[in-house]
Ligand binder design. Structure first.
Ligand code: NZQ
Ligand code: ZN
Length: 388
């Protein structure tokens, strides 16, 4: 049964070639002081920074810069960003970059005026903000996380080796997001395919939970089919606009809350991947790819009918003359082959994880309740060992 829900996504999207032309109009709605947040320099090399600065100047904004946001943004960087935002008396935060930059901007937006330690409030106690929230807008340059249209903000506490995501409510969603698929053309191949798998994992984490005949799952199957096809095209030709734009749009829908409406969700693969990320600082999508096959094979027996449906509806497995179990396994094999052909990281060892690290990684893995099997510590360790 489709459960009760309230659906509201307040983020306004501008999608397509030259979508940046809408930036000036949006910025005009906010105050003068803009904190411009970006990553390690890709936006300076590919010209996106210059285009944004020009628009900010034309809009008469006073710009304060906060560059150097690292992939998997850290708590220390968040503290620094809060100081910058306060010193700038920021009226608006403009994030220009990938999920790390967008997440960081949202984390600063709720933390700059927070009266207590944001880590404790948001990432230990998972409370909603009760202070002033600085509005955020995003110019997206890397596709995968869906951060451009959701309230997620993942922060890594390097000292405690914890990587934790807080999914904030709609007040924290970006006010707008600029999505130009051509902005993603300069992404290194490794990041492109990591992002593609991040998208797939987001959809699967919401799909592999519950067993109802639910509209959300049909939407997910469509998104997955589009993603699988477009990824194959983009892998051959990264400059194929149609494929890259389909991937960008699919990423947004994969994690803008729509496909979770009225159903339960899992998210254990993300908890495993985030624990790996906390111990290695590896690329997010690759941490997910490295643990996924072992996890799905581990839980397959507890959700055979859904894995069977996935095999048939998404991977086109013919059910004729096969048991449900065989069909389900064939679906996972096809997924595994597709992942390998794309060039994804299939083993934790490739991300710098060694056998002696596994107990600590297992210890920092949060346990979710919505999957086909709620894992215990021994299960988590078994999945990690099988992924090594
Ligand atoms: O830092 P720069 O120099 O900009 O380089 C980045 C970075 O090295 C580069 N890049 C981005 N756009 C580029 C580009 N290089 C060339 N051309 C471009 N156009 O790509 C690298 C990775 O960027 P990053 O932002 O780290 O990647 P991604 O978008 O995958 O974000 C990962 C972060 O998002 C979190 C992850 O945990 C991780 O911290 N997530 C956020 C979620 C959310 N908000 O809902 C959900 C996700 O599951 C995820 O957990
Ligand atoms: Zn993700």
């Amino acid at each position: 049964m489709l459960g009760n829900f309230t659906y509201c996504n307040p983020t306004k999207l501008f999608f397509g070639k030259n979508a940046i032309d809408h930036l000036g109009g949006e910025l005009a709605k906010y105050g003068r002081n803009v904190l411009l947040v970006y990553g390690g320099g890709s936006v300076k090399k590919n010209g996106i920074y210059d285009a944004v600065i020009k628009i900010l100047e034309a809009a008469g904004k006073t710009v304060f810069e906060d560059g150097g946001v690292m992939p998997n943004p850290t708590l220390d960087k968040l503290y620094e960003g809060c100081e910058r935002a306060r010193a700038a008396k920021a009226d608006f935060i403009l994030a220009v970059g990938g999920g790390s930059v967008c997440d960081y901007a949202k984390a600063v937006s709720v933390s700059a005026h927070c009266k207590e330690d944001p880590w404790q409030k948001y990432y230990v106690r998972f409370e909603e903000p009760d202070c002033e929230i600085i509005p955020v807008g995003c110019v997206l340059t890397m596709v995968g996380t869906g951060s451009e249209m959701n309230g997620g903000a993942v922060i890594t506490n390097a000292k405690e080796k914890m990587k934790v995501g807080h999914v904030f409510g709609e007040k924290v969603f970006p006010k707008f997001a600029v999505l130009d698929p051509e902005y993603t053309f300069t992404l290194p191949r490794y990041q492109m395919i990591a992002g593609i798998y991040d998208i797939m994992s987001h959809i699967l984490e919401q799909y592999f939970s519950g067993s109802d005949d639910n509209t959300s799952d049909y939407i997910s199957e469509g998104l997955l089919r589009s993603l699988i096809h477009s990824a194959e095209v983009a892998a051959k030709d990264p400059y194929d606009y149609e494929a890259r734009s389909n991937i960008m749009w699919t990423a947004t829908w994969a994690l803008n809350t729509l496909v979770a409406m009225g159903k339960s969700t899992d998210w254990e693969v993300h908890m495993l991947g985030q624990a790996v990320g906390a111990h290695t600082d590896a690329t997010h999508g690759m941490t997910l790819a490295a643990v996924s096959m072992a996890y799905y094979r581990f839980i397959l027996d507890y959700g055979v009918s859904k894995f069977r449906r996935y095999a048939v509806n998404v991977w086109g497995v013919s059910p004729d003359g096969k048991s449900d179990q065989e069909i389900a396994k064939e679906g996972l094999s096809r997924m595994e082959n597709w992942m390998k052909e794309l060039g994804l990281t299939m083993r934790l060892g490739e991300l710098g994880v060694t056998a002696d690290m596994l107990p600590a990684v297992a210890q920092s893995t949060l346990v979710m309740q919505g999957g086909y099997k709620v894992l215990n510590r021994a299960d988590i360790l078994a999945v990690l060992k099988a992924s090594l």
